[in-house]
Structures are given as C-alpha cells and as structure tokens.
Design a protein around this ligand. Structure first.
Ligand SMILES: *[C@@H]1O[C@H](CO)[C@@H](O)[C@H](O)[C@H]1NC(C)=O
Ligand SMILES: *[C@@H]1O[C@H](CO)[C@@H](O)[C@H](O)[C@H]1NC(C)=O
Length: 383
C-alpha cells in the first residue's frame, strides 16, 4: 500500500536517535541479500552499473542504476532504471526506466540522489555528454519526484544556472544539511572530466529550484593532461558529521601519495574545501573505485572493494571517531569481484530503524558488472 500524504507530517519530527543500542556493540551481519539487476539477460539492456540507493523521507527505499543499452562501457546510450520498496527492502517493484537518452553516442551517466526531508521531494542529478564523445557541450541534468518516487518530472538542464562544465554527481547520494552551518542546504558533490577533474560541489538553498557552484578541489595540474601519480581527486561521497562539517570520501584516481582514499572536509556547508582539511586515509586501501559512506547515529560507515589492486573483497568498515581511526574488525560482504557501492539508512528515531543500514553494490563471480545486489545489514546481529 502507498503511504498517503497524511503520513507526511511524521517525518518533520525526524530527530537524532536517543540510542537504545550502545554503538560500541556494533557487529554487523548481512541479514538479507537480493539481486536487483542482472546484466545480459534483460530485454533492451546489456549491462546494469552504477548503483545508488536512498531512503525517501517517507521511508521507502529507492534503488537506481544506469541501464546501459549496447555494451558495458561508460560511454553509450542508457536508461536510468529505478526499483522501489515500501517494506524496507523485503520486496521491490519491477524496474521502471525514468530517463531514456535514446541513442546518444555518449549518453547519460549517474549521478547523485538527494532526498529533501523538508519538502519530501527526491532529486536525481545526472550528466549527459560527460565524456565529450561525439557530443558537446556536457550538461548537468535533474529529475525530481514529488510523490515518493512513483513518478518523475521531465529532465531540467541545470547547466543553464551552473554554466557549462562537465560535472558528474557522486556516484552516490547528495546530502541535505541537518545541522548548521547552512541547515537545509542541498549539497551534491561529484567530479569533473579527465583534464578538468577534481571534486566539485553544487548547492541549492531553495530545495532544488536554483543551483550554484560551491566548493572545488581541483586536480593538479588542472586542465592539463595527467601523468601517473598526479593529484587527481575523482568520484566521491559526502556525509555530514555530527559537528555540521561535511566530510567527502574521494577516489584517488592516479594513486597520488597512496593506494588509498582521499578525505577532505568542508567547514562552511560546501562552499570551500580547504587543503588544510585534506588527508589520505591509508587504512582505507582502495583499487581506484567509487566507494560508499554513511554517517548514522555518530558512527561513520565505509564500503569499498578493500584490495590494493583489484575490484574484489567488498568490505564494510566503521569508525567511532569520524574516520580518524577504524575498528579492526571489518565485515566482508563479498569476497569476489565487486566495485561501486552506496549505503543508506532510515533515521526515524525508532528502535527498529536504529538497527539497520542498507547497501547496494556491483557484484559478480567472474566480473563485477554481472549483477547489482542489495544487502540489508543488521548492525547488532553478528557474533
Ligand atoms: C544545457 O544548457 C547549456 C547552457 O545553456 C547549453 O549549452 C546546453 O546545450 C544545454 N543542454 C541540453 C541538453 O539542452
Ligand atoms: C579483504 O579486506 C580485508 C579488510 O581490509 C583485508 O584484511 C583482507 O586482506 C582483504 N582480502 C583481500 C583478498 O583483498
């Protein structure tokens, strides 16, 4: 059954958890797992990649991915696929395609999903012509759902407001600031193109009506061809920390300094990313990939294929110190080929919702792009 609009006022009461569990008891257990998409067997789609997941403010789960029509390549025509669950991931709607780029040579790429808890709307940001493959200029696009993910607006071209620059959100979720500074602001961070790469955030202070350019952490040498080991921050996932700062966990494209994650913080709600707030987290070993991160009830979670060389060994880690240190115990979600991942949770304040986080990731036996898998993780379930 669909939730009616009468439920809507409930999520205005969302509050941080008065925790019934002691976070130090965290011992995650994969409680349920389902393949949401399987490449190579479904109609007009060759490969499903780049999974995103979010809760809606009303408590539904939405999973998105790129449905690549002709091949597994990043370049090429695609749909944006979505599945929706109104029972916290037990059952899912059939796939619907909410955006179709037809037969564009470059096509669309995901992207960031952001849920606005004040209005209940879900915003999806994606790019078209990101790789400039037989097309120009690149455009940053947005679709929005005002009915909990059931229907979606026509695409809007945000480049009209932002100016023309290749920008690809995430891949992952954008955040709405819950704490000052800039409470209520939508912050979507992503990356640029090959030479103009770096982390860039776009911001909206009016629930997605208007957007402007915020922080930039540019690659070096910027707008010039890169060499191995250059500084090249790439795909990223922002989270809001309990002190209201934004921490962005970033793919280290050219393995500058380490084969590990770049971490950078914004202290002003996404306007700047000072270099003093940047470090390399050598504990977060990474094969150069998009990773998942989430801050829930004061605990920071991180998921990636934890391996120096290969996209294998999808692992969940957690930190009680906002990432300054990580618990030694880590949970292996999948030993084999695995790549991009995204994590979400529902912050209703209820004891039941404190117990779980939900992740989506690329999983395979031979190659990581074979399937997209959803896992429900019980935070206090392991032994
Ligand atoms: C989006 O807007 C920009 C700036 O006005 C324009 O250059 C670009 O062609 C537009 N893209 C699409 C797909 O309409
Ligand atoms: C998998 O990840 C764990 C945690 O980082 C690590 O200890 C282990 O060596 C990794 N295994 C492989 C095969 O990469």
């Amino acid at each position: 059954m669909e939730t009616g609009s009468g439920i809507f006022s409930v999520f205005l009461l969302l509050s941080p958890c008065v925790c019934a569990f002691n976070p130090t008891q965290i011992n995650p257990l994969v409680y349920d797992e389902q393949l949401l998409w399987v490449s190579g067997v479904q109609g007009e789609v060759n490969t499903f990649r780049i999974p995103l997941i979010t809760f809606t403010p009303r408590g539904s789960l939405l999973a998105f991915c790129e449905a690549r029509k002709l091949s597994s390549n990043d370049v090429g025509a695609k749909f944006i696929a979505v599945r929706r669950s109104t029972d916290k991931g037990s059952t899912w709607s059939p796939t619907s395609f909410i955006v179709d780029d037809e037969y564009r040579a470059d096509g669309l790429n995901l992207g960031s999903v952001v849920a606005d808890e004040e209005t209940g709307s879900i915003i999806l940001i994606y790019s078209i012509c990101f790789h400039l493959y037989y097309c120009s200029p690149p455009s940053t696009m947005m679709v929005e759902s005002l009915d909990d993910g059931l229907s979606w607006s026509h695409p809007r071209n945000l480049s009209v407001q932002l100016g023309v620059k290749a920008f690809m959100g995430g891949p992952g979720f954008g955040i709405q600031k819950r704490l000052p500074p800039a409470k209520g602001r939508l912050v979507v961070c992503g990356h640029g193109t090959i030479e103009g790469d770096g982390v860039f955030c776009i911001l909206s202070d009016d629930h997605g009506q208007s957007w402007y350019n915020g922080a930039a952490l540019k690659s070096i040498p910027y707008n010039q061809p890169k060499k191995a080991l250059d500084f090249n921050p790439d795909e990223c996932q922002p989270v809001e920390l309990p002190d209201g700062s934004i921490m962005i966990n970033v793919r280290n494209q050219n393995t500058y300094h380490c084969r590990c994650r770049i971490v950078v913080r914004s202290l002003d709600g996404g306007l700047t990313l000072p270099v003093e707030e940047l470090y390399f987290d050598t504990n977060l070993v990474d094969p150069v990939v998009a990773a998942g991160a989430l801050q829930k009830d004061g605990v920071l979670y991180f998921s990636n294929p934890s391996n120096y060389q290969h996209r294998v060994n999808l692992t969940l880690r957690w930190s009680f110190t906002n990432g300054k240190s990580w618990e030694n115990q880590a949970v292996q979600i999948w030993e084999g080929p695995s790549a991009y991942s995204c994590i979400t949770s529902f912050n209703s304040g209820s004891v039941e919702d404190e117990k779980y986080i939900y992740a989506i990731y690329e999983k395979g036996h031979k190659d990581y792009w074979e399937t997209i898998s959803f896992v429900k993780i019980h935070l206090f379930g392991g032994r």
